[in-house]
Design a protein around this ligand. Structure first.
Ligand code: HEM
Length: 365
C-alpha cells in the first residue's frame, strides 16, 4: 500500500513538473457555487452533460455493428438486438438517454431563462447554449431515421417535407436534407454522416466554449435573490457540489438501466418506400408541439399558405430565443423584468398543452 502511494506521489510529481497540476488544483479549490433556494437548478446543466457523455459512449459502441445503407441498416440493428451480447442494452440506453438528455436540456434552458442567467456578462454562454439546443434537436431528428424502420422512414418524409415549405429556399433545403427529391438510401447515408461526425464535432466545440465560459464567469445568482440581499452564501464545487452531482448521475444511470431493461428500444418493420404510409406517424415528443401547431393552422392565412406561416413563426421564435439577452433590456439594466418571466411561462404552457393535444386529440392520425 505504501509502495503504491509512493508510486502515486512520484507520478503526481512527474506530471506536476510537466503540466503544472498545482494550477488545476488551485482552480478547483477556487470554484464556488452560490447557495440559495434555487440552487437545485444548477444541477441540470451537469446532468445534461452526463447524459451527453452517455450518448457519445453508447454511440461509439453502436458504430461497431451499425451499417449505414438502405439494404443493411435495419438488418444490422436487428442483429445487434438479437445476437450481440448486451447489444440490446447499449441501443436501449442510447435511445432512452437521448430522450432524457433533451428533457433535462429543456429544463436547464427554462430554469436559466427564469433565473435570468443570460444577463450580462453571460450572453455568450446563452448563445452557445442555444446552439447546443439546435444541435441536440438535430441529433434527435437524424438519429431517428438510422434504424431504417417504417415509422422512422415516414416520419422523416413528413419532417423533411416541412423544410420544403420554407419560402424561396424550400426546394433547395429539401433536396439538401434528403440528398435527392425523396427519402432514400442517400438520405440515410447523409443523416448518418451528420449524426456521427458533423453534429458530435460541432457539439464538442460549442460545449467546450459553453463550459469554459461557465468556468470563467462563475455561477450567477438570480436577480430577485440578489435584490433581497441573498446569494452571499456559497459551497465549494470540489468536493461538496461535485459529490451531489455524482449522486444525481448515479441516479440517472439507475433510471436509464431500469428503463432500458423494462422498456427496451423497439425496432418494428423494415421501411418500405413503396408501402402506403402507416397510421399513427408521429414525430419524437420534443417536436410534437410544432407538429400539432401546424395541424391546427388553416390552409390559408392572409393569402399565404398556412403551413408556411407556421414555419416562419417558429423560425422567428428561434431567432427571438437566441436574442433574449439583447432584447431583455430591463434585466440587463438590473431592473425587474416581469414581461420576460411571463413570456417564458406562456411558452412552457403552450408547449405542454400542444404536446398533450398531439398525443390525445388525434391518436391515430
Ligand atoms: C448539451 C447541452 C448543454 C449542456 C451540456 C450544458 C451544460 C451546462 C453546465 C454544466 C452549466 C453549469 C451548471 C448549470 O448552470 O447547470 C451550464 C450553465 C449555463 N447554461 Fe448550459 N448546457 C447546455 C445547454 C444550454 C442551453 C440550451 C442554454 C440556453 C439557451 C444554456 C445556457 C446556460 C447558461 C446561461 C448558463 C450559466 C448559468 C449561470 O451562470 O447561472 N445551456 N450549462
Amino acid at each position: 500500500m505504501s509502495k503504491l502511494r509512493q508510486w502515486g506521489n512520484q507520478l503526481y510529481a512527474w506530471l506536476d513538473q510537466r503540466v503544472d497540476l498545482q494550477s488545476f488544483k488551485a482552480l478547483a479549490r477556487k470554484k464556488e457555487v452560490p447557495v440559495h433556494r434555487h440552487t437545485i437548478w444548477y444541477y441540470l446543466g451537469g446532468m445534461t452533460l452526463f447524459l451527453f457523455v452517455v450518448q457519445i459512449t453508447t454511440g461509439i459502441l453502436l458504430l461497431f455493428y451499425y451499417r449505414p445503407t438502405a439494404e443493411e441498416a435495419f438488418e444490422s440493428v436487428q442483429f445487434l438486438m438479437a445476437e450481440v451480447q448486451f447489444g440490446w442494452l447499449v441501443r436501449s440506453i442510447h435511445s432512452w438517454s437521448a430522450n432524457l438528455m433533451i428533457f433535462t436540456l429543456f429544463i436547464h434552458l427554462f430554469s436559466v431563462l427564469l433565473m435570468k442567467a443570460y444577463r450580462p456578462p453571460r450572453e455568450l454562454t446563452w448563445f452557445t447554449g442555444v446552439g447546443l439546443l439546435g444541435l441536440a434537436l438535430a441529433f434527435g431528428f437524424t438519429g431517428y431515421l438510422l434504424p431504417w424502420n417504417e415509422l422512422a422512414y415516414f416520419a422523416t418524409r413528413v419532417g423533411t417535407e416541412i423544410l420544403g415549405v420554407v419560402p424561396l429556399a424550400g426546394d433547395f433545403l429539401l433536396r439538401v436534407a434528403r440528398g435527392g427529391t425523396d427519402v432514400t438510401g442517400a438520405t440515410l447515408t447523409r443523416f448518418y454522416a451528420i449524426h456521427v461526425a458533423v453534429l458530435p464535432a460541432s457539439a464538442l466545440v460549442l460545449l467546450g466554449l459553453h463550459l469554459y465560459l461557465v468556468q470563467k464567469l462563475g455561477m450567477s445568482v438570480p436577480p430577485g435573490i440578489e435584490r433581497h440581499g441573498g446569494g452571499g452564501r456559497t459551497m465549494p464545487f470540489v468536493p461538496n457540489f461535485l459529490l451531489r452531482d455524482l449522486v444525481g448521475w448515479l441516479t440517472a444511470l439507475a433510471i436509464l438501466a431500469a428503463l432500458a431493461a423494462y422498456l427496451p428500444a423497439e425496432l418494428g418493420e423494415k421501411a418500405d418506400p413503396f408501402a402506403p404510409a402507416p397510421a399513427g406517424i408521429k414525430p419524437e415528443w420534443y417536436f410534437m408541439f410544432m407538429f400539432q401547431t401546424l395541424k391546427y393552422l388553416p390552409a390559408h392565412i392572409l393569402g399565404l399558405e398556412g403551413e408556411m406561416v407556421g414555419i416562419m413563426a417558429f423560425g422567428l421564435a428561434g431567432v427571438f430565443l437566441l436574442l433574449v439577452p439583447i432584447l431583455d433590456r430591463r434585466t440587463a439594466r438590473g431592473e425587474p423584468s416581469k414581461l420576460f418571466t411571463w413570456i417564458t411561462i406562456a411558452v412552457v404552457v403552450y408547449i405542454l398543452v400542444l404536446t398533450y393535444l398531439g398525443y390525445t386529440a388525434n391518436p391515430t392520425s
